[in-house]
Every structure is written in structure tokens, then in C-alpha cells.
Design a protein around this ligand. Structure first.
Ligand code: DHE
Length: 506
């Protein structure tokens, strides 16, 4: 028998929560006006400690300071309370998700953009400092709009294939639809209680949301954000699993899911004519007969790929036949062939590779990919035919993101952690030499790059509350503009994203 020992919550702490926090964050701690206060959300957020936020509040938000209302011991007890997992989770299926949907009454679609910029060169900047997105004209770098997002956006916003609408997801599971032509929000829906990322289907009809809480994949219709399907994630042996991430595999007309708690990868068809998927044999009515029956077919047919251990953080080969995922021990990459549905190679990759940030290009007649490592100051260059590491580039510290573009000879690699977090390396794609190390603002975190549609300019985030996006000439590496932004994180160019530019992680 399994006993779960519930943490003792002091009555005063619970009543302090009810009195001071519940009206904004929900009596159930799952969020309301303010974000959810659960460990799944709190431990993933970079920034000040929970107790410090309670003490001094959060600038640019409605979170007030409690240092004059509560004493230090009460604040500490509250912060410990918020770190305890919830004892139970409310149901969050189709009904609850649909009840959370709001469609903006004042939204009306337009026949053409309300601005004159190149629609393919629009670039979004996610500003995590005050939970906004800036819409940039990619030619003039003028800000066309700056709109509020749900709290704590994570992962890349996903554009419809025509580049007209964008979907943005927060860690609390909210999905926001925004119309780039009218510069208006269309609506929002809470697709999960704690979510990882979203993916757009190849035809732009569906957006899939990977959830930790509950353990589901929610598929929304992109036209009106209605729920098309909520898939419970249960492995073949009955284990329930969180979804680490969902990816679009355009050539395969499917979503690929990384399962956190089970040794399986799932492929979910976005092709309405998807062939039947057979997952085993059953006894039929006819005596003694055993038959293979399709477990699913058509739209959202689900195929399981069984692997030897759970894998995370996928990089896909250009044809989407193979993926490479990170093994849990943080020292290996495992290559899975999606066509045959099994592991085909393994390579040592010490230092926790961040394969999801991987990018690929041609070098000496081979297709190579590069990946940063979260725990070591190096980049691994991997041949995608032999799946072996052919070169290692030493950097000034562990990095998070890589970016390049078809029209530039360089790729850009940040240093995200450690004393050199203010460094951005520019590396030659052929010689693999670091040709320039930029340090645009000493001691500031400098990270994540996006290119303009033509690859002429590189946009770099100064990832600070009083931050900026710096525009560099991608050839001369001279600074052209510095646009003030509130802790800008990722930046996303419509063209580079909808064409799956080879310099961007998908
Ligand atoms: Fe991310 C993308 C997972 C921490 C900022 N991050 C992604 C994706 C995954 C992922 C699977 C690809 C999804 C996509 O774009 O559709 N991230 C994880 C983690 O597992 C990890 C290490 C731990 C966690 O907190 O869940 C993690 N990520 C972070 C951060 O701490 C970052 C730096 C700050 C933040 O906002 O939380 C961060 N992740 C980002 C960004 C992208 C991203 C900006 C999109 C990059 C892009 O160019 O597409």
C-alpha cells in the first residue's frame, strides 16, 4: 500500500493565502487574474525567489508588496506552501477548457493588413519582463503594436502557414490567438493547467498544446479556438505521462510528441486521410481467430513508437525521417528513425545537449547540425548521416540558443549561464572558427537571435528588465539600432518560421 504523507500546512499560512493571495491566484492556486502558484510553474520561472516576490511585489504587474502586511516568518511559510504540489487537480477536459474560452467581441477580421509593411518580414519580440509582445516591421524596425500576453509565455509562438495569425502559449496553459493584419487579439483559451509548448499543423487548421497538468494533449481548431480533441496520454503499459513537447512534422503531416514519463514517442496525424494505425492483435468473435485491427485512423490517428527510455528535446532532420533526442542521463543523444519507428543510433554528448535549439546546414558536401550544451561551454557539430560528433567548439560558457539563416555564412551562439552571460559568439559555418565575440552590454544576459527575412540583419536580445533588442548588420557585425524592450526573450520572423528556414530551430 502506498501512503502519501501530506505536508503539514500551518492554519495561519492557509488563512494568509486565502486572505491575501486567493482573490488573484485562485483558492485552488491554479491562477485567475494572477498566475498559478504551483511548483510546476514556480520552479521553471527564471527570476527572483518566491519569498522575495511576496516581500517586494513585482514591477510592471499588479502583484503588490506584502512586507508591511506579513512578517518574514509568514512570508517564508507562504513561499514554502506554494512550493508544495497540489493534493488534487480539478478535471480539465473539453468542458472546462471550452468554458475558459473568450472570443473578443470587438474583433473583426480585415481583408488586408492595416499597415503597409512587408507581411512576410514581420518579427515578434516576446517581452517576458512585463508579459507583452512587440510586433516589429522587419524593414524599418518600427513597433507596429505592443500587446499584452498571458503571464509567462514559453516557447515559440506559432504562425498559421499564411503568416496571418499567431498563437502564443503561457506556462499556465493559456493559448492566445492574435491577428497580425488587424493587430488585434482574437481570443484566448486555457488548454491546460500547466503546459509546455504548442505546434501548428501542416495545414494551419489545428494547434496542439503539450500539457504537464493534466497529462494530456489538447488540440484546438485554429479558426475559433474550439477544442477538437483532448488526448489522454497513457503509455502501452498503462503509465500516464506528461508531454514534454509537441512538434510539427510538416512533411509527415503529423504532430510528434515527446513523452516525459514513458518510453514512447507519439505521432498524431493531421492528415484527414491518414492510414490506419495497427497497435496489436485482438481475439475476434470468430472462434479462435486473432486479427489486427486499427486502433485509429484518419485525422488525429495516434501511432506509438516504442523506445528504450524517455527522450526529450528533439532535433529533426530536414526530411523529418529522423529525430535526435536527449537521454535523461544528459550525456547521450539517441537517434530515432520515425519511418521504421525505432532507435538507429546513439552518440555520446556530454554536458546536457540542448538539441531543441539545434540548427543544420551544408558543410563540405555533408549536412551537419550544431547543438549547444546547458552544462558545458561548448557546441557539438554532428554529421547527420553518420550521426557522429565531428567537431567541438569551445565557448565562453554554456549556451541556450543557436540561430543562422540561409543567406549568412555565420551562425550565432549565446552564452546563457555563468560569468560570460553577456557574450554572443559569431561562428563561421564552414571553418567552425569563432570569428567574433560580441559583448554588447557588459554583465547583462545577452541571448537568442533572429534574422530578418533576407538574413541581412540579426536581432539580439539584451535579456534584462531594462533590456533591448539590438539590430546588427549580419555581414559587418556592426550595431545598427538598439530598441528598448522589457526583458525580451525569443524573437520570431514570420518568413523564417513559416518556411522552416534552415537556421532556425523548429
Ligand atoms: Fe524553453 C523553446 C523546453 C527553459 C525560453 N523550450 C523551448 C522548447 C522546449 C523548451 C521543448 C521548444 C518549444 C517550441 O518553441 O515550440 N525550456 C524547455 C525546458 O525543458 C527548460 C530547460 C526547463 C523548463 O523551464 O521547462 C526550458 N526556456 C527555458 C527558460 O528558462 C527560458 C530561457 C526562459 C523562459 O521563458 O522560460 C526558455 N524556450 C525558451 C524560448 C524558446 C523555448 C525563448 C523558443 C526558442 C525559439 O527560438 O523557438
Amino acid at each position: 500500500m502506498l501512503f502519501v504523507i501530506a505536508p503539514v500546512v500551518h492554519a495561519d499560512t492557509a488563512s494568509n493565502y486565502s486572505e491575501h493571495c486567493a482573490s488573484c491566484h485562485g483558492q485552488d492556486r491554479l491562477g485567475g487574474l494572477g498566475p498559478a502558484l504551483i511548483p510546476e510553474t514556480l520552479k521553471r520561472m527564471r527570476g527572483p525567489k518566491v519569498a522575495d516576490v511576496i516581500r517586494v511585489g513585482r514591477t510592471s504587474t499588479q502583484m503588490p508588496a506584502f512586507e508591511t502586511t506579513l512578517d518574514s516568518a509568514e512570508i517564508e511559510a507562504l513561499s514554502q506552501y506554494l512550493k508544495q504540489p497540489l493534493e488534487s487537480l480539478p478535471p480539465w477536459g473539453e468542458t472546462e477548457i471550452m468554458q475558459s474560452r473568450t472570443l473578443d467581441a470587438d474583433y473583426a477580421p480585415a481583408n488586408a493588413p492595416v499597415w503597409s509593411a512587408d507581411p512576410m518580414n514581420i518579427t515578434l519580440v516576446v517581452e517576458t519582463g512585463d508579459h507583452h509582445v512587440s510586433v516589429l516591421d522587419g524593414d524599418t524596425f518600427d513597433v507596429l503594436d505592443r500587446f499584452e500576453t498571458p503571464f509567462a509565455v514559453h516557447g515559440g509562438p506559432k504562425f498559421t502557414p499564411d503568416g496571418r495569425f499567431v498563437f502564443i502559449m503561457s506556462r499556465d496553459g493559456w493559448v492566445q490567438k492574435y491577428d497580425l493584419w488587424t493587430l488585434k487579439q482574437v481570443g484566448r483559451i486555457r488548454a491546460g493547467l500547466n503546459s509546455r509548448n504548442i505546434a501548428m499543423s501542416h495545414d494551419g487548421k489545428w494547434v496542439a498544446v503539450a500539457n504537464y497538468l493534466p497529462m494530456t494533449l489538447t488540440i484546438l481548431a485554429t479558426d475559433d479556438l474550439r477544442v477538437a480533441r483532448v488526448m489522454e496520454i497513457e503509455a502501452k503499459d498503462g503509465t500516464k505521462s506528461r508531454v514534454s513537447a509537441v512538434y510539427q512534422a510538416p512533411q509527415r503531416q503529423s504532430f510528434i510528441l515527446a513523452l516525459k514519463d514513458a518510453p514512447e514517442i507519439w505521432e498524431v496525424a493531421t492528415d484527414p486521410n491518414a492510414a490506419p494505425v495497427y497497435e496489436g492483435f485482438v481475439h475476434t468473435q470468430r472462434k479462435g481467430m486473432i486479427e489486427a485491427i486499427p486502433s485509429s485512423q484518419g485525422l488525429f490517428a495516434r501511432r506509438r513508437i516504442e523506445i528504450s527510455e524517455p527522450l526529450d528535446d528533439f532535433f529533426f532532420s530536414d526530411d523529418y525521417r529522423n529525430l535526435i533526442g536527449a537521454a535523461r542521463d544528459g550525456v547521450r543523444g539517441v537517434v530515432v528513425n520515425l519511418n521504421v519507428g525505432r532507435e538507429i543510433a546513439e552518440l555520446p554528448l556530454e554536458g546536457m545537449p540542448h538539441l531543441g535549439s539545434g540548427i543544420s546546414w551544408d558543410r563540405n558536401g555533408s549536412r551537419v547540425m550544431a547543438t549547444p550544451h546547458l552544462k558545458e561551454g561548448k557546441l557539438s557539430i554532428i554529421d547527420t548521416k553518420s550521426w557522429s560528433t565531428i567537431h567541438t567548439i569551445k565557448t565562453d560558457g554554456p549556451g541556450f540558443f543557436l540561430r543562422s539563416h540561409e543567406n549568412t555564412p555565420y551562425f550565432w551562439a549565446d552564452v546563457f549561464f555563468g560569468p560570460n552571460k553577456d557574450v554572443m559568439h559569431v561562428i563561421d559555418k564552414q571553418s567552425l572558427e569563432i570569428i567574433r565575440t560580441l559583448r554588447p552590454l557588459p554583465n547583462a544576459t545577452v541571448a537568442h537571435v533572429e534574422f530578418t527575412k533576407d538574413g541581412r540583419f540579426a536581432l539580439v536580445s539584451v535579456w534584462e528588465d531594462d533590456g533591448a533588442v539590438i539590430v546588427y548588420d549580419a555581414t559587418t557585425l556592426e550595431e545598427i539600432r538598439r530598441l528598448p524592450m522589457r526583458k525580451p526573450s525569443g524573437k520570431y520572423n514570420v518568413w523564417n518560421k513559416i518556411t522552416f528556414s534552415e537556421g532556425t530551430s523548429h
